[in-house]
Design a protein around this ligand. Structure first.
Ligand SMILES: CC(C)(COP(=O)(O)OP(=O)(O)OC[C@H]1O[C@@H](n2cnc3c(N)ncnc32)[C@H](O)[C@@H]1OP(=O)(O)O)[C@@H](O)C(=O)NCCC(=O)NCCS
Length: 180
């Protein structure tokens, strides 16, 4: 049975394979061959960055923004990496506009098996148990029906539809899921 765990060295070989296969940590930015090579060359360094990230983050427009505290979990089976889900512990003005609390991605070879739905459900349980949040926000591009389905299956209520702040011509939906 797959389970949610903290990122760890045991899954790094599979994580690198997933990146090479097309898994990306950011829906807007694919992983570059240079990044994949750097992670493969020094997985311990990469893991350190994941577990203790810097306090700033490069925003999609290239500027530097505040990185809010975040909990990142990996979905794994045995030593195989299947996907990732993370929760930001609070929103900034930018995250309220786009990004929200929770984000997730499943490696291409593992899609269509219910993993994203299970990862989100597991992360909602984690939030209820560990974070003082009444509700969480998730944003999704309107041209991502699989993710829309995942959110709605997990109780997502549509707040509004807004122009995508980073991708001209795109629009996105902002959903809320009550935790209590
Ligand atoms: C979106 C994503 C996370 C879905 O992962 P997944 O593990 O395949 O999702 P699940 O199998 O749990 O569920 C997908 C649901 O969408 C449905 N679906 C898939 N493609 C669909 C489509 N084109 N139109 C409508 N529904 C679709 C599936 O039937 C399933 O619903 P069901 O359980 O009722 O049958 C995955 O495609 C991914 O990682 N994409 C890239 C990153 C990303 O977009 N992240 C989300 C950002 S908001």
């Amino acid at each position: 049975m797959p389970r949610l765990v903290r990122p760890a060295a045991a899954y790094m070989a599979s994580f690198v394979e997933a990146m090479a296969e097309g898994y990306s940590r950011d829906t807007l930015r694919p992983e570059t061959p240079e990044t994949i090579a750097a992670v493969a060359a020094d997985p311990a360094w990469f893991l350190g960055q994941l577990l203790e990230p810097p306090t700033t983050v490069v925003l999609p427009d290239g500027t530097l923004g505040e990185r809010v505290p975040e909990t990142l979990l990996w979905y794994v089976e045995g030593d195989a990496f299947l996907g990732s889900v993370s929760v930001r512990h609070r929103l900034t003005a930018i995250l309220e506009q786009w990004g929200g609390h929770i984000g997730y991605a499943v490696r291409p070879a593992a899609r269509g098996r219910g993993y994203a739905s299970a990862m989100l459900a597991g992360m909602l349980d984690h939030c209820r148990a560990n974070l003082r949040l009444e509700r969480v926000m998730l944003t999704v591009n309107t041209n991502n029906p699989a993710s829309i389905r995942v959110i709605e299956k997990n109780g997502g209520v549509l707040g509004d539809t807004v122009p995508h702040p980073w991708v001209e011509g795109d629009e996105g939906r902002r959903y809320w899921i009550a935790l209590r």
